[in-house]
Structure formats: C-alpha cells, structure tokens
Design a protein around this ligand. Structure first.
Ligand SMILES: Cc1ncc(COP(=O)(O)O)c(C=O)c1O
Length: 442
C-alpha cells in the first residue's frame, strides 16, 4: 500500500476514455453527475435534455424506480452466481420474457455483457451451427460497408467503418462486405424508407456467386445502420436479403443492438420490416442502460442442432463469467416490465410522424444536406467544412451541450434517438434548440 499515490477525484489523466478525443475533452470536460427521466444534470448544475437515450440505450428514460429497486434488491439478495454449470431463476425468467416479445421463432437466448460480445457470440454461433450440421465448409461471414458491430475482432471484421478497422491488422479472414445503402446525391430528405434502392440487396447474389454459397456461413447487418450515421434501408431491401440467404442456406443475423426494444416503434426492427432473421443480436435497451448486458436470440432449428450427442458434454463452448448475471437479469426483467406497463415498445410508432415533421422542419437551414428518420431515430447530415471533416458537426454537439440538449455526432452527421418517454413539447425543445444552433454554425 505504501507506494499508492493519492489521486484526487478531479484528476482526469488516468482514465483513457473510449471513443473520445481525450486531450480535447480533458481541456474542457463535459461531466454528467445525475439523471432523471428525460434529463441529465451536469457537474455545474445545468439540466440537459437527453436527445440520444444516453448511447441509444436508456429507452425508458433515466432513474426509473422499478428498475432501480430491482437492482438494489437483487444485489442485496444474491449478487452473483456462477454462470457455468449453475443457474439462478431470474436468468431463465428473463429469457422467457425476451422470447415472449421477440419475433416468432426466436426461441432461445444466450447472454453476454455488451453489443460487441453479442456480435461475437452470434458469429461464433453461426460458424458452429454449420459445423455441427456437418457443413463445416461454411466458414465465410458477410457484413456490409459502413456497418457497425461493436469493437471486438469479429465485429470490426464484418463491420465496415474504416477508422475502426485500419489500425488492427488482418482481422478475421474469410470475410466479405456488401455495399452500403447510402446514395448521396440521390434520395435526400426522404421521410422513412425510400422507394428506390432495394436492388442493392442483389449485390449479395454477386458475392455468393464469387465465393460459392457452400462456403458462406452467415450475413450480418444492422436493419437500420446507426453508428455510421443512420442509414434507413430502402424498401424491400431486407426482405431480399432474407430471400437470398434462405435460398442459399446462409444464416441471416440482424444486429438489433440499437433498433431493439421499441426504437423504431415496434419491439424489434424485424417486426417493423416483417423480416425475421435466424439470429438476433441485442444489448443496450435490454437493461435500459443500467447494468451491462446483451442477449442473442436464435431459432429452435439452430438450438436443436446442438442438442445432440452425449448429454454430459457441453454443447456450445462459449460463455462469459457474467452471462445472465443476477443483478443484470433483475434489471432486464424490471426494464421489460416497465416497457410493457408503459407501452414503450410501440410508443415510437405513435410519435413517429410528429418526430418526422419536427426533424424535417430543419430542411433549408445552413449546411443541412440530408435528413433521415425512422421511428424515434433521426439524423441531420451537414456539409463538411472543406478540409476539416467532422469539425462542423462536433461544434454543433458542443454548442448543444452548452444550450441544454444532448445530441450525438458521427462524422458530420448529427444522430438523435431520444428515450421513448419523450413528450411532444420536448421534441419541440430538442429540435428547436438544434435549429437555432444550426443557424449559428460556421
Ligand atoms: C449495431 C451495434 N452493434 C454493436 C454495438 C456494440 O455495442 P457495445 O458498445 O455495447 O459493445 C453497437 C453500439 O453502438 C451497435 O450500435
């Protein structure tokens, strides 16, 4: 203990912050110290309206009493139980509750601690599924340009955001990418899904022809690409992916880490688009952002393929120390109850047209080159400053924080995804404040 240094709570140097410009942040920190319902409180005592549900995760708003109580009670009753070869009731209850709101056919749940781990679990599951079926030559994974599937090696391999990939060597082999669905110069300011572009899905046929279907295990996409700046799929696109994957015996994985739990006005985006994947990846909204947890849902066909051979043998060699952690499970159960009691999994549908009108009222403001929306997701794309991409949107983000609204930026795209409890007056406040800021941008 003698060599322990005194670190004051205000010393910002030790924490190397994630996805943050550390030196810039530490010169002018933006600190949150409390949160309730639709608002954060900053360290200087200001209220900030949450236009992003934290990081797309606090779907029921902050500090919800049922969830807070469930976490406290579970931590006191049983903090942890071994996850392997042991169980506890709430993990099973939560799995049942999840299956009951999931698209029909997704009947089994594997737990993780994050979206990134859910992605890895899904990719490994896809490879292992073909293998247990005696089809081990299916080793390829197909992702999409501009896709975001977290930050682990599998996720960045199938993901398509160059800045997240280029530093990290050769990544997984046997991966290919479909083109993204963004068509700048065409379809700007489309409300919801655009009519044109569904044919982009046939690019998958080209990739299948190139590699042969017998080598391809799975295709993974976000139904609505979020982190890359909100790309809404063209009409018919996801159904085409479903048709092509089914035709060739390829598994379809939907990464619903941000689209899950009511974000697009239905429990999952799979419901909105009427397309059911074989594997669905979730996290974030599962526990309303309170305790890290993810869940991967799979069909009975996949599950049952593993349930063979001697019963004492572990069927799927995968799992985490905290898979189905009791406190996380309690948080998940209380979150799903809150969503159900308040109708939050479909509230986005009631607010969607109000949200859409509010967002599109920003058309015509300086630098705005596109606006996109679906459910309670919205994006405002700005013309980048020549030679200094990202700077314009980031300055909007900083001004927004100073003026009491939280927005998010990727590149020069402002993305918003408020908690599903937002009121119309708060939508007006969020968009009105943003509009005022856009008028002042260099
Ligand atoms: C679609 C998608 N997949 C995976 C992830 C990774 O989730 P996490 O940050 O919890 O690992 C994210 C996070 O934003 C996401 O948007």
């Amino acid at each position: 203990m003698s060599n322990r240094r005194n670190v004051t709570p205000n010393d910002l140097s030790a924490f190397w912050m994630p996805f943050t410009a550390n030196r810039q942040f530490k010169k002018a920190p933006r600190m949150m110290v409390a949160a309730k319902d639709m608002h954060y409180t900053t360290s200087d005592g200001r209220k900030v309206l949450d236009g992003t549900a934290g990081l797309w995760c606090v779907n029921a708003g902050h500090g919800r009493p049922r969830i807070v109580k469930a976490i406290a009670e579970q931590a006191a009753e049983m903090d942890y139980a071994p996850a392997f070869q042991m169980g506890h009731p709430k993990a099973f209850e939560l799995a049942n509750a999840l299956v009951s709101i999931a698209p029909q056919g997704l009947n089994h749940v594997l737990y993780t601690n994050s979206g990134s781990e859910s992605v890895e679990t899904a990719l490994k599951m896809a490879l292992a599924y073909h293998r247990v079926k005696g089809d081990g030559s299916r080793f390829r994974l197909i992702g999409r340009e501009r896709g975001y599937h977290g930050v682990n090696f599998g996720g960045i391999s199938v993901g398509g955001i160059v800045t997240n990939r280029k530093m990290f060597g050769t990544l997984l082999t046997g991966v290919d990418h479909m083109p993204h669905t963004h068509t700048p110069g065409k379809n700007q300011f489309t409300r919801g899904e655009r009519e044109e572009g569904g044919d982009l899905a046939t690019e998958l046929e080209r990739i299948v022809t190139l590699h042969d279907a017998s080598t391809i295990a799975a295709v993974i996409v976000e139904p609505v690409a979020g982190s890359t700046g909100v790309l809404i799929p063209p009409k018919g696109y996801l159904q085409k992916l479903r048709d092509i994957t089914r035709k060739h015996g390829i598994l379809l994985i939907f990464d619903e880490v941000i689209t899950g739990f009511g974000r697009v006005g239905t429990p999952f985006a799979a419901d909105y688009f009427g397309v059911t994947p074989d594997i669905m990846v979730t996290a974030k909204g599962l526990t309303n952002g309170t305790i890290p947890m993810g869940a991967v849902l799979v069909t009975s066909e996949i599950h049952d393929a593993f349930m063979q051979g001697p019963e004492h043998v572990i069927e799927f060699m995968h799992g985490y120390t905290y898979s189905g952690n009791p406190v996380a499970s309690a948080a998940g159960l209380a979150t799903l109850e809150t969503y159900k009691e308040e109708g939050l999994l479909t509230r986005g549908a009631e607010l969607a047209s109000y949200w859409e009108d509010a967002l599109h009222s920003l058309k015509g403001l300086p630098h705005v080159i596109d606006i996109r929306n679906l459910g309670l997701i919205g994006a405002v794309e700005l013309e980048p400053i020549a030679g200094s991409p990202t700077e314009r949107a980031f300055s909007a983000f900083v001004k927004a924080f100073e003026q009491g609204i939280l927005i998010r930026t990727t590149g020069d795209i402002i993305a918003m995804s408020p908690p599903l409890i937002i009121t119309k007056a708060q939508i007006d406040e969020l968009i009105g404040t943003l509009g005022g800021i856009l008028k002042t941008l260099e």
